[in-house]
Design a binder for this molecule. Structure first.
Ligand code: NAD
Length: 256
């Protein structure tokens, strides 16, 4: 992590909007701000905004921890904090060039969000979803700008993980894909572009991951092993950072 004025050359992209300041949105906002972006993060919940503000500095993957790990200069902490505006109203992203939606995984909520984002976001702004698996085409269809809608699927903790699954439909503008992959690289991520699959939930990583989780759950249900031991075996066998059960816990409750 570096946090100079614009160390990764991301400034040219413009302001990044993030919708939702929960487990993912707060981490996404941090990743973008550390890379040098101006960020507007919208959450309707004052509690969520306050928690995110606190976690940004004090969280397990927050700025103080980054300084302790030698990933961030102490002198840059205040600069990163100042780059993020935490806002209650969606209209605050009107000036953003790229908006990343990270509200709960509820299709009707996301469709409504995309309808509203289409209304408030600047003409030409890219609208991305961090959905874990809803078809991008369904969200694009809720807007009058389907060519500017794509998936930008992050993994948790978003501040740390290099994962960037960019999900495109047959209508996605190549220029939008180029902008988002360039931005992702500027944030230190490793973007991979995949095709939207309208008939299934999950893109690539989650389809493979949830198949592994289903098998792990079957193994525990059959009494062959325990959740703790399955986790340990997978960590030791494949050098996974955590096993599937610990991963679900972290992804749901955050990594505090
Ligand atoms: N948690 C993970 O590991 C993970 C990983 C990849 C993708 N995702 C996806 O990211 C998305 C967000 O997940 P999360 O774990 O951060 O959820 P979360 O519940 O921690 O956060 C969601 C936030 O959205 C806010 N919100 C709800 N309605 C809103 C609205 N209308 N306007 C603005 N804010 C609103 C909530 O107040 C909450 O703070 C989901 O689609 C999820 O599937 C999650």
């Amino acid at each position: 992590m570096t946090a100079g004025d614009d160390p990764a050359g991301v400034g040219a992209v413009g302001t990044v909007g993030v919708i939702g300041a929960g487990v993912m949105g707060a981490g996404i906002a941090q990743a973008a701000a550390v890379a040098g972006c101006a960020v507007v993060c919208v959450d309707t919940s004052a509690t969520a905004r306050e928690r995110a503000r606190h976690q940004l500095v004090e969280g397990r993957f927050g700025l103080r921890a980054a300084v302790e790990r030698g990933k961030l200069d102490a002198a840059d902490v205040d600069r990163v904090i100042a780059r993020i505006a935490w806002e209650p109203e969606l209209s605050a992203v009107a000036g953003a060039a790229v908006v990343i939606e990270a509200v709960p995984e509820d299709l009707s909520l996301k469709v409504r969000m995309f309808r509203e984002l289409d209304r408030v976001a600047a003409a030409g702004a890219i609208l991305a979803t961090n959905s874990s698996g809803f078809p991008i085409g369904a969200l694009a269809a809720a807007t009058d700008r389907p060519t500017r809608v794509l998936g930008w699927h992050w993994s948790s903790p978003a501040q740390i993980m290099r994962f960037a699954e960019i999900v495109v439909t047959e209508h996605t503008d190549p220029d939008a894909v180029e902008t988002v992959t360039r931005l992702a690289r500027g944030l230190g991520k490793n973007p991979v572009v995949v095709r939207d699959a309208p008939m299934s939930w999950g893109y690539v990583a989650n389809r493979v991951y949830w198949a592994a989780v289903a098998e792990a759950r079957r193994i525990v249900a059959e009494g062959i092993s325990t959740e703790r031991d399955v986790d340990q075996l997978l960590v030791d066998c494949f050098r996974w950072p955590v096993g599937p059960f610990t991963m679900i816990q972290g992804a749901t409750a955050g990594w505090t």
